[in-house]
Design a protein around this ligand. Structure first.
Ligand SMILES: Nc1ncnc2c1ncn2[C@@H]1O[C@H](COP(=O)(O)OP(=O)(O)OP(=O)(O)O)[C@@H](O)[C@H]1O
Ligand SMILES: [Mg+2]
Length: 529
């Protein structure tokens, strides 16, 4: 170019031709340059339009289509149209003409096209009606639209899936919470707020450790958060306590996951939490009560063994020696009867026989005592009400504690098993009063209420405490509860500090129960003191 524009020496004509040629060339170059500038300007404006996130897709495409005519060689006779799926965006002067240039593209799952037309015939260049640069411009714009639309679709899909995820997390019956790497809360769902009593605006942006973690849990959880970045992952399962606004502790089992930014860097932790407070307590209670039951059955087994041993000893010591004495006495009599031994006189024989009768009487009593210890005969002879009355009297005699008995149960009818279990419960109640209550007075009342036999035992002692009632070692009480349960009844124990303890047992009476020989149809008002 510089060579062409150098001034040449020679005649004027030659000079004129030489200067005209570079001038024309310059003009042409300037014109071509102006065309390129228009195209560049169009590309630049298109890029800016496509970057504008505040505008909707139809707005963007309409602005783009308006850009096209001014960017072409003959703007005054140029019109443009963009189609996307079944929608069209066009300049107001657009009509179909034979002089068109079209580029197709696909954005998302939609097909589209970019089209420019001349409304009038224009001079054709060496590459056709449209310049190569103009075709390139259309191609570039189509590519820009494709990638911008794809980005928009992807972002929309992401926004939609985030929306759905948040909707799900908001409504799920579990805790859902997200925090950044400082532990500052970026999201939490309604469930967490309901559970802890905080409002959303009080929780979002606050630090998880400060707001929700009890002092003794902070260190453990903080260590986990500190370990996330070096390890590239978070401890997936974890259980720890959180505190509510009122300071109550809830035990939560977490499933954690890391949150990553677009560059893949860890930006926080998302956690789903299951409130297992009640479940854990129920498990604990179940474990404790099954342990208690094991202990109770072990005690019963041992008691049975002990009782067996005692009865064997009594049978051996008392009945064994009595029967042996009787045998010797009878052998002596036999000798006398057979005339082998000279009698020492009828008086002596009579004394020996009397001694033997006395021994038999004693033995009969021993047998009665042993068998009534096994199952009080009164239960069978007179029924449970009379047996309880008798036991109250015995208790008074043994302990010296004033003991009143009263029964207004007119038609009480329990079966044999209920009789026996209720009696054992009553015995344990008296034993407890003697051992623990420090009472000076006991009231025993039997009543009938709505088809149930009601036994009430009241003492005026120190009053059982709640702790004692539910203590793991309270096997006597547990045994009472189990016995009452096994015969379909209910038991209630209420202690009032310094005033005493009241035990109430209710046993449903069975209409078809087979009572003992003398059913408990007492209408007595007995006083045993
Ligand atoms: N009438 C009562 N007045 C005050 N405290 C009582 C009374 N009955 C029971 N308790 C308290 O409740 C606790 C539990 O009673 P429970 O009968 O289960 O056990 P225990 O009598 O101590 O032992 P055991 O298992 O031999 O019966 C007692 O240790 C006592 O502290
Ligand atoms: Mg006891």
């Amino acid at each position: 170019m510089s060579q062409q524009s150098l001034p040449c020496q020679g005649d004027d004509d030659e000079k004129q031709i030489e200067t005209r040629v570079p001038e024309e060339q310059n003009r042409e170059l300037i014109q071509r340059l102006a065309e390129r500038v228009k195209e560049l300007a169009a590309l630049h404006r298109a890029a800016r339009i496509l970057q504008d996130e505040s505008k909707s897709v139809p707005q963007l495409l309409q602005e783009l289509v308006e850009l096209l005519p001014p960017a072409l060689q003959y703007p005054e006779v140029t019109a443009a149209r963009i189609t996307l799926g079944s929608t069209e965006f066009k300049t107001s002067n657009f009509i179909g003409t034979p002089w068109s240039q079209r580029v197709e593209f696909t954005a998302g799952n939609m097909r589209g096209a970019l089209e420019v037309v001349y409304l009038d015939e224009v001079p054709e260049g060496d590459k056709g009606l449209f310049l190569q640069e103009e075709k390139n411009l259309l191609n570039s714009l189509a590519e820009m639209i494709t990638s911008a639309m794809n980005r928009e679709y992807a972002q929309e899909a992401l926004r939609e899936s985030e929306r759905r995820l948040r909707d799900m997390l908001t409504n799920i019956e579990m805790i859902a919470v997200m925090a950044d790497m400082n532990g500052d809360i970026t999201f939490c769902n309604d469930y967490l707020l309901r559970l802890t009593g905080w409002k959303r605006e009080e929780a979002i942006g606050r630090n998880w450790f400060e707001l929700f973690l009890p002092e003794d849990e902070k260190e453990k959880v903080r260590e986990i958060l500190i370990g996330v970045e070096p390890a590239g992952e978070v401890t997936i399962h974890l259980a720890n306590a959180i505190k509510t606004r009122s300071g109550e502790r809830r035990l939560v089992k977490w499933t954690n996951t890391t949150l990553r930014g677009l560059n893949g860097k860890i930006i926080g932790v998302a956690a789903l939490g299951d409130d297992i407070t009640e479940r854990k307590a129920a498990e604990e209670q179940l474990r404790a009560s099954s342990e208690q039951l094991r202990a109770l059955s072990e005690r019963l087994r041992r008691a049975k063994e002990e009782e067996g041993k005692r009865i064997a000893r009594e049978l051996h010591d008392e009945l064994g020696s009595a029967l042996t004495s009787l045998k010797w006495g009878l052998l002596g009599l036999k000798e006398v009867c057979l005339g082998k031994q000279s009698p020492e006189g009828p008086a002596t024989m009579g004394r020996e026989i009397e001694q033997m009768i006395a021994l038999v009487d004693e033995t009969v009593n021993t047998v009665r005592r042993i068998s009534s210890e096994l199952r009080p005969s009164m239960l069978d002879d007179l029924g449970v009400v009379a047996a309880i009355e008798w036991q109250t009297l015995e208790f008074h005699k043994r302990s010296g504690i004033q003991s009143d008995f009263d029964s207004v149960a007119e038609n009480a009818t329990l079966d044999r098993e209920q009789d026996a279990e209720l009696f054992r419960v009553f015995q344990e109640a008296l034993t407890n009063i003697l051992r623990h209550a420090g009472a000076t007075k006991v009231n025993v009342l039997i009543d009938e209420d709505d088809g149930q036999l009601v036994l009430e035992v009241r003492d005026n002692g120190r009053g059982i405490t709640e702790m004692e009632k539910h203590g793991a070692r309270s096997l006597g009480l547990l045994g009472m509860r189990e016995r009452v349960k096994s015969i379909g009844g209910e038991i209630e124990i209420i202690g009032e500090p310094g005033k005493g303890t009241r035990l109430t047992v209710r046993i449903p009476m069975k209409a078809d129960a087979l009572p003992g020989p003398n059913p408990t149809g007492l209408s007595v008002r007995a006083k045993s003191q």
